[in-house]
Design a protein around this ligand. Sequence first.
Ligand SMILES: Nc1nc2c(ncn2[C@@H]2O[C@H](COP(=O)(O)OP(=O)(O)OP(=O)(O)O)[C@@H](O)[C@H]2O)c(=O)[nH]1
Ligand SMILES: [Mg+2]
Ligand SMILES: [Zn+2]
Ligand SMILES: [Zn+2]
Length: 402
Amino acid sequence: MPSFASNLICPYCYQPFPARKVLFRCTGLLGPKGERCAPARDPALSRRFGMNEPLPPVFGGRLPVVNALRTAARCPRCGGESTLRVCPHCHSQLPVHFGRVDSRLIALIGAKGSGKTVYMTVLLHELMHSVGRRFDAAVVGSDDHTRSEFSKKYEETLYRRNVLPGTTRPGQAELRRPLVFKVTLDGGRRLLRARDRHTITSFFDTAGEDLISRRSVDLNVRYLRAADGIILLLDPLQMRGARAGVRPGTPLPELDERTDSPVNVLTRVTEVLHEAHGLGPSRRIDVPVAVAFSKIDALRHAFPPDSPLLRDPPEDRPVFDQTDSLAVHDHVRALLHEWDGAQIDQIMRRNYAAFRYFGLSSLGGSPTADNRVDPRGIHPYRVADPFLWLLSRFGAVPSTKG
Ligand SMILES: Nc1nc2c(ncn2[C@@H]2O[C@H](COP(=O)(O)OP(=O)(O)OP(=O)(O)O)[C@@H](O)[C@H]2O)c(=O)[nH]1
Ligand SMILES: [Mg+2]
Ligand SMILES: [Zn+2]
Ligand SMILES: [Zn+2]
């Protein structure tokens, strides 16, 4: 999405709106007239995200529009000035630079139990720590909800209590709120651009069960339609051909009527994207899709010694390494044939203009029998690759020529 686009897309509810329609939330501080706007439950936030905390009122549309992206407005009730911009649909507070910096919505999808919630947690943790250091990037939650949700719920569960998350509640896409982060790359030390560059990324962790029936896929249609990039997480342990070769002792996900084969998930997501973008069956979808195979730790023992999935990605420079990534891509494509997943490759080639295969492991090893993090800790492998590939496609990080 270009900056100054007339239509912005809210990173929380993924609904589009023209920049001039943005609303403001009163600060709730004492205004110049000596009045103060009282906080109350916001029906829009409550309906869509189940957020009921009392907040000062929302207002808008009163001032002459000097600049569609105006950053402050005066509250008609108390007369106080506010810079807190909110989405006209869901009333979520918009990130500080929203509308003037790149905003990229990244949908994370995959079947039930494919590892999405664990992956999102580990990826963001890595981005905030090691990967962030390498790219000299600051990755911060862009609102209070994201900051507290991420640290109290996601990080706390996995990194401090060492418990794997339970199934993400299905059917409640309306109540679950994407996590919105701002990635700031330090311009001074970057190769391509001189100024700091901000990218707002919004992650929506779907409930795998929402992908089972055609009807519940539609729940996620809005998220898929608005996505600038998609990370499709597929679980090789749910593929017949791969299950046969897992490291002995690896707990295998049960395949029951609530899980769906990766091929079926991909087929359905492809149909939805075709429909959402109004494309005929012969047109290819041009949203970049990172097809990432999770839980690679359970299969690596059988890879040939020269496999790129046995080495670490080059991490000495703040660039996305295309040569390494293409080697992984080719290797995963070859593995797909062994895993009885040749159909996945056919679907990708026929329907997508830009896709790449990845192999990763969020935990770096199997969880324990009672589904806790192994006491040896979390050792993520290649988790940042799909995200960095998307960022490089968005022009937000440099990449080497492949
Ligand atoms: N071996 C291995 N197992 C993993 C890894 N990541 C996740 N798992 C296993 O996969 C299970 C499911 O992971 P989740 O992240 O909850 O999966 P999800 O895709 O969010 O599932 P739903 O919320 O039900 O759609 C975990 O409880 C772990 O047992 C990994 O990197 N390696
Ligand atoms: Mg989940
Ligand atoms: Zn006010
Ligand atoms: Zn919104």
